[in-house]
Design a protein around this ligand. Structure first.
Ligand SMILES: C[S@@+](CC[C@H](N)C(=O)[O-])C[C@H]1O[C@@H](n2cnc3c(N)ncnc32)[C@H](O)[C@@H]1O
Length: 274
């Protein structure tokens, strides 16, 4: 089948379909229009048909392609993780600006809570060579995707520590390898952290439970509910995070968080009094 014969069958979302088609043919989208006579090899045609079917099923483009770009970096995504959003790049910017304007020369310790596919933690590790980064998530499936991304970007701390909440059990050799590497920890919010950190960055679920089904089906039917559901008022996880924070932030620690499409900061001046 030639490109010109296939295009009329694409009825759902023309631009997205063209991106899928170009991706499979390993060409630019402009190639499709410049070479309508190009004969699509049969194995590729089967792949195209199956992907277009997935798209007609409302599956998001990023899952179909298997990746999403975030802050100029490529991240593997599938339905185990929420697709990184453009808005969240601003959250990363805020953290980068804060860290770069710090006077202290001590290496900074950061926790990305609810890391999902790891886009925030990995981007920070990539941009902040001196940072020591923890990334937590309650979903083991999401952490597996995050670790794959960290490996791809060469920022994974491969020797996992034996973590008991509140007690650091890193071996000496581990300590030497931690800078610029991310330690992934499974658990509830900040609970798995083995030490206090300077910065917490969070893009936790903040959709009200009863609003989830009203979202675009590409979101409500495909993205993990655990990455969307913020409880009855949408703030349930953030409330828990703020109450845990006093045990896990250093004095003058700061939280950067995204909620309802906005970015906020919360500073904890003296945590012993909080
Ligand atoms: C909105 S997604 C954000 C993913 C990623 N940080 C991003 O910005 O694209 C929220 C993430 O929080 C995780 N999560 C939900 N409840 C959690 C909890 N109690 N403790 C830790 N992580 C949690 C979900 O599994 C999901 O990966």
């Amino acid at each position: 089948m030639r490109i010109e014969q296939l295009l009329p069958y694409i009825t759902h979302d023309r631009v997205v379909s063209e991106i899928i088609l170009a991706d499979i043919l390993e060409k630019d989208r402009s190639f499709l229009f410049a070479h309508p006579e190009y004969k699509i090899p049969d194995p590729k045609l089967d792949k195209i048909k199956s992907r277009i079917e997935r798209m007609n099923n409302h599956e998001p483009l990023a899952y179909i392609l298997g990746y999403k770009e975030f802050y100029g970096l490529k991240f593997f995504v599938d339905k185990r993780v929420m697709i990184p959003r453009h808005d969240t790049e601003e959250l990363v910017d805020q953290v980068l600006n804060y860290v770069r304007s710090r006077i202290s020369t001590k290496p900074i310790k950061i926790c990305d809570v609810g890391t999902g596919g790891g886009c925030i933690a990995i981007t920070l590790a990539n941009k902040l060579p001196q940072a020591k980064i923890y990334a937590t998530d309650i979903s083991k499936k999401a952490l597996n995707v995050a670790k794959k991304n960290a490996k791809y970007h060469n920022v994974e701390n491969v020797v996992l520590p034996d973590v008991t909440p509140g007690i650091s059990t890193f071996s000496r050799s581990n300590k030497l390898s931690l800078e610029n590497k991310i330690t992934f920890l499974k658990g509830d919010l900040l609970n798995p952290l083995p030490e206090r950190v300077d910065v917490i960055v969070a893009n936790l679920p903040y959709i009200k439970t009863n609003k989830i089904d009203n979202l675009d089906p590409q979101i409500s039917e495909w993205e993990p509910r655990i990455s969307l559901d913020g409880g009855k008022d949408g703030k349930s996880l953030y409330n828990q995070l703020f109450s845990q924070a006093s045990y896990h932030l250093k004095t003058n620690g700061i939280i950067f968080y995204e909620i309802d499409g906005k970015i906020y900061t919360k500073t904890f001046k003296d945590l012993r009094d909080t």
